[in-house]
Design a protein around this ligand. Structure first.
Ligand code: CO
Length: 258
């Protein structure tokens, strides 16, 4: 996640994509590449992303949509701006998260879950000042539609001035808040746009704001397993990494049918 922090178990990566505005013909993505041993989660705020993979999944996600891809034993996918964005340009803003899989699931069959913005559970506090979109876990009585392999909380909070909410976070989880608009108060501490606040122990977190702020709240049960990572592969041992590279080179992670 940042210099000196290899992971916040089970989260391997948090990438804020943009916001970046492309001129016509300028938008770039990530053409065919492999993954094994974890999950990639894409949440689009602005723009359009197009996905294709070797397991036959295809989808275009736009503002507010989520795609939760489980690479499991291996997949080749492409992540590109939509054809319309490549042609006409536009603004891209979103997040990609890498969620580690437990040892028992590292070689599971690939899986693809896509939930459009309108189908994502949302809730608002009684005073109307805090709104949440629930990608994983539960908040304000709204329960996620996406199924995760281990307990995960992934929520997008929009806080208006004066908002204050206490969100339960299982004491067995490790969690953090990433602010991407304005300044929020996380457990009473100021966290600014672009800053990540790592939680200490406890079974809830207080989110508040004196100005309009938006943040991601992420938490998960740590796997506490050995971590071996190399580029797009995340396994438990070096030998498993070598095997992943060999399997990819031999074409055993498949290819995208076109
Ligand atoms: Co990828």
């Amino acid at each position: 996640p940042t210099v000196g922090v290899e992971q916040i178990d089970p989260f391997l990566l948090v990438d804020e994509m943009g916001p970046i505005t492309y001129a016509p013909g300028e938008a770039v993505g990530a053409p065919d590449h492999p993954h094994r041993g974890f999950e990639t989660v894409t949440y689009v705020l602005q723009g359009e992303a197009q996905h294709e993979d070797s397991a036959g999944h295809r989808g275009t996600i736009g503002p507010g949509d989520v795609q939760w891809m489980t690479a499991g034993g291996g997949i080749v996918h492409s992540e590109e701006p939509s054809d319309a964005m490549k042609r006409d340009g536009g603004t891209m803003h979103g997040f990609q998260l890498w969620v580690n899989l437990p040892k028992r699931d590292k070689l599971m069959p690939p899986r693809y879950q896509e939930v459009k913005a309108a189908q994502l559970p949302k809730a608002t506090t009684a005073d109307g000042l805090a709104k949440v979109t629930v990608i994983a876990g539960e908040a304000l009585g709204a329960t996620a539609r996406i199924e995760t392999r281990t307990p995960i909380i992934y929520q997008h909070w929009v806080l208006e001035p004066g908002a204050r909410v206490e969100q339960p976070v299982d004491a067995a989880m490790q969690g953090f808040a990433y602010v991407f608009k304005g300044t929020a108060l996380v457990a009473g501490r100021e966290v600014k746009d672009g800053q990540l606040a790592l939680f200490s122990s406890g079974d809830s977190i207080e989110l508040a704001a004196t100005e309009r702020a938006e943040l991601l709240l992420l938490a998960g049960q740590p796997l506490n397993e050995p971590l071996a990572r190399y580029g797009p592969f995340v396994m438990n041992t070096e030998d498993e990494l070598v095997q992943a590279v060999r399997d990819f080179q031999a074409g055993r992670l498949g290819q995208i049918a076109r």
